[in-house]
Design a binder for this molecule. Structure first.
Ligand code: ADP
Ligand code: ASP
Ligand code: MG
Length: 453
């Protein structure tokens, strides 16, 4: 038997390091020292890594330099290499420190997903390999952001999957194949939380380039305040409305499986933020944080016939193409027609336009206009809707700052506005000020104590 025998009381820690934390060889060595320190305390460790620095963006740009529409299967296999690279290097850096370690791809770590390239969901994790490596005394480094989808594909020479009617797979011409899938941008967070849940880890730590979760993006709002605790619901909404610090799916999984997620700096030793069930949310200032999202484009269909079924004709094909339509505003009809505005992710605008052009033509809408220089700005907090006055205060602060609101939507936990992209910084700073978010909420002190105990 190689390595140390496992001690029954060893705590299992999942540590995830984001792209900026492993951006260079120096930073990888720094991360390795941090891992080695935790290992020396006797913890069993599963480490999830993202691709180095901007590698994923660079690989995407490379693919798009080759072709406008890269094949999704090839693209995922390409993107997966970013995390393979960092996982192997972190493992080597640990070896150099005398720490027994092994890197695994998502597939080797037993992570299976559905077959949606580029936005796959984790379907299951077979933990045997990871558990075996831990039991053998190794630190396990898992390539984040990826898994494997099993499909049935004909063997060479047979009709392609696309030509074959669904369900008509003659077994003698079919073979099981495994395809690498990626989980969507920021998906390494999801890998970490899913592994923590499946392995029953004692801690799940997300190391990043800021100290934790703040009341707004600290890069945009210098006075943003770090939170000691944030509830799953509020964190989910922040993530969904654009706070890239945590991936949406990761927070969802954490909530469902009750994984307490710790977000902390990989560069300094400082207390982080705990994402967990937050029972004292009711007592607080109702606005907990702000989020902004520049990955937004607005589409307006002008003079849409005002009759039943039109909305379905517009939105069904977008849904079929898995385009995520977000805010929808239909104006009051005038003379038998109406204007319909909605937002889609900026990266999907070209695809959405391609899908809508024939519909606009066939149904005789006057025109389709698009605007990709808009952004979403949201105030978020559990119970916002039950607390009167927040909307008025938000719109007033934006007006005072000279920011024009183009669209508005609300839910129980947020109020979102669409503004010009150039106004984002002004808007977020004005709202941070208007809701006094830099001032600690008295209840937070109690929360910090509760979190520490
Ligand atoms: P990683 O590479 O570690 O996954 P990300 O770039 O995905 O890191 O996320 C960290 C970044 O998220 C920070 O640098 C910060 O600019 C941004 N961010 C946005 N909103 C927030 C927020 N509310 N709190 C903390 N960071 C935020
Ligand atoms: N490397 C991937 C991305 O840039 C996944 C991640 O960083 O979590 O989106
Ligand atoms: Mg990230």
């Amino acid at each position: 038997m190689r390595g140390m025998p496992p001690t029954p009381s060893a705590q299992l820690v999942v540590m995830k390091f984001g792209g900026s934390s492993v951006a260079t060889a120096d930073r990888i060595r720094h991360v390795a020292r941090r891992i080695a320190r935790e290992r020396a305390r006797g913890s069993d460790l599963v480490v999830v890594v993202s691709a180095m620095g901007d590698t994923t963006d660079e690989l995407l740009a490379l693919a798009h330099a080759i072709t406008d529409e890269p094949d999704p299967r090839e693209l995922d296999l390409l993107l997966g290499t970013g995390e393979h690279q960092s996982a192997t290097l972190v493992s080597m850096a640990l070896h150099a420190l005398g720490v027994d370690a092994i890197s695994l791809t998502g597939a080797q770590a037993g992570i299976s997903t559905d077959g949606r390239y580029g936005k796959a969901r984790i379907a299951d994790i077979d933990p045997r390999r990871v558990r075996g490596e831990i039991a053998a005394g190794r630190v396990v480094i898992v390539a984040g952001f990826q898994g494997i989808a099993r499909t049935t594909t004909p063997i060479a020479g047979e009709a392609s999957g696309a030509d074959r009617p669904a369900g008509a797979i003659p077994s003698e011409t079919a073979a099981d194949v495994a395809e690498l899938t990626t989980l969507g941008r920021g998906g390494s967070d999801t890998t970490a939380v899913a592994l923590a849940a499946r392995l029953g880890a004692d801690r799940c730590q997300i190391f990043t380039d800021v100290r934790g979760i703040y009341t707004a993006d600290p890069r945009l709002v210098p006075g943003a305040r770090q939170l000691s605790v944030i509830g799953y619901e509020e964190m989910l909404e922040l993530a969904y409305q654009g706070a890239q610090v945590m991936n949406v799916r990761a927070v969802e999984l954490g909530w469902v499986d009750g994984v307490v997620i710790e977000v902390l700096s990989s560069f300094e030793d400082a207390p982080g933020t705990l994402i967990k069930e937050d029972p004292i949310v009711e007592q607080r200032n109702k606005v907990r944080g702000l989020a902004h999202d520049r990955n937004v484009a607005k589409i307006t269909l002008v003079d849409v016939p005002d009759r039943p079924g039109v909305a379905r004709t517009v939105f069904q094909p977008l849904a079929d193409a898995a385009i995520n339509v977000d805010m929808i505003v239909q104006n009051v009809g005038h003379g038998g027609s109406t204007d319909l505005s909605f937002t889609v992710p900026k990266v999907e605008l070209a695809k959405a336009k391609r899908i809508l052009e024939p519909i606009v033509r066939d149904l005789g809408f006057r025109e389709m206009t698009t605007d990709s220089s808009v952004a979403k700005v949201s105030i978020i907090g559990a119970g916002i809707q039950n607390a009167p006055g927040y909307a008025a205060r938000m719109f007033g602060a934006l007006a005072d700052a000279g920011v024009n609101i183009e669209m508005i939507s609300t839910s129980e936990v947020r109020i979102t506005t669409i503004v010009a992209e150039d106004d984002v910084e002004t808007a977020v700073r004005a709202l941070h000020e208007a809701f006094a978010l830099a001032t600690p909420d008295p209840v937070d002190a109690g929360a910090a104590e509760a979190a520490a105990s």
